[in-house]
Design a protein around this ligand. Structure first.
Ligand SMILES: Cc1cc2nc3c(=O)[nH]c(=O)nc-3n(C[C@H](O)[C@H](O)[C@H](O)COP(=O)(O)OP(=O)(O)OC[C@H]3O[C@@H](n4cnc5c(N)ncnc54)[C@H](O)[C@@H]3O)c2cc1C
Length: 304
């Protein structure tokens, strides 16, 4: 792939600058990850409709990212084009308790808007640092609620540049999972139906959840939140702690002494440090309890 030539072609279709070799560490909450060959920031569905067929035609790999809060990007980075759906694609249109939110909007910002309008349901989401698009693909959730409980429909653009809409029952929401993982679709808008609620009650509930997070999670360090999926009827963090792994360090990465399911970047951590800690935790938890921990975080890019 001739990066400069492709960057020029893409630039002619886009209003925001195309980045060449931008370190993904700048675009992930873990602050880890090598360079993306090219990175683009679409501002409309029309731009996506123009760009995706070009990438398809030239057989260029692409990956869509939101706020990078659930990604472990390889130290060698990402070959191909990263499509970043962020602040350039972030707006909401409310009608009563229903909202159409652009996928780059931060979920926490949407939750706050909902609270201010007395629309209940997203109290759980105030402390989740993802975009609306990433949240829907992951079916992000906490405290017994998931975003999928409130989604009625999503809009997106497929790899051929065609607009698509999928109803909630086509999205197969499950624990940190949705059918969007098996589709080459960039989610552009998410439609949600919330409940009628009371502004003050919603705000109070959000504060309670936020306090719980501050007390139990190492929010002072870069991380990706929970690294492992919780196995049925148990907590991955509990298993990691029972295996005696709290505080284990490799390079700049550490299994948080505060929460066994968080791996934090103490400074200068590499993806390879995190990966080693993940493998060590999987090995030791299996030896200790017979449970095979699976990762919730998505590993992307050029791992060996
Ligand atoms: C401190 C902290 C706390 C967290 N707490 C929680 C929690 O309580 N509950 C929870 O569920 N998660 C939690 N997370 C994890 C993370 O915030 C969520 O998984 C979030 O939904 C990821 O959104 P994102 O925009 O950052 O997605 P990214 O990390 O950018 O991407 C995640 C996946 O979604 C895909 N994706 C992103 N945007 C789009 C799009 N527009 N169209 C199609 N696919 C897309 C990506 O390709 C990737 O496969 C936490 C993370 C941190 C750092």
């Amino acid at each position: 792939m001739d990066k400069t030539a492709l960057a020029a072609q893409l630039q002619s279709l886009l209003s925001r600058p195309v980045l060449i070799d931008s370190p993904m560490a700048k675009h992930t909450t873990w602050k880890i990850g090598g360079p993306a060959d090219l990175m683009i920031f679409p501002t409309s569905e029309d731009e996506l409709c123009a760009v995706l067929p070009l990438l398809q035609e030239q057989q260029i790999n692409w990956l869509v990212v939101g706020n990078g809060s659930n990604l472990l990007v390889a130290d060698r980075g990402i070959r191909g084009v990263v499509i970043a759906m962020g602040a350039n694609f972030a707006a909401s249109q409310w009608r009563g308790r229903t909202v159409k939110a652009a996928s780059g909007m931060l979920l926490a910002a949407l939750a706050l808007e909902a609270a201010e309008r007395g629309a209940a349901g997203l109290e759980f989401a105030r402390g989740i640092p993802g975009s609306v698009g990433g949240a829907v693909r992951m079916n992000a959730g906490a405290y017994g609620s998931n975003i999928g409980d409130y989604v009625t429909k999503i809009d997106g653009v497929d790899y051929q540049g065609q607009r698509q809409s999928l109803a909630a029952d086509e999205l197969s929401f499950a624990y940190r999972d949705s059918s969007l993982f098996s589709q080459e679709l960039v989610v552009t808008y998410v439609h949600l139906q919330l409940r009628e609620g009371d502004r003050e009650t919603i705000m109070t509930q959000m504060k309670t959840y936020q306090q719980k997070r501050f007390l139990s999670q190492p929010l002072e360090y870069p991380s990706c939140g929970s690294v492992f999926r919780n196995p049925p009827n148990d907590h991955a963090g509990r298993l990691v702690e029972m295996a005696g792994l709290r505080g284990l360090k490799i390079g700049g990465a550490q299994i948080s002494p505060k929460h066994g399911n968080f791996i934090v970047n103490l400074g200068g951590a590499r993806a390879s440090d995190v990966l080693e800690l993940i493998r060590e935790a999987q090995r030791q938890v299996f030896d200790y309890s017979g449970v095979r921990l699976e990762t919730e975080v998505k590993m992307v890019g050029e791992f060996e």
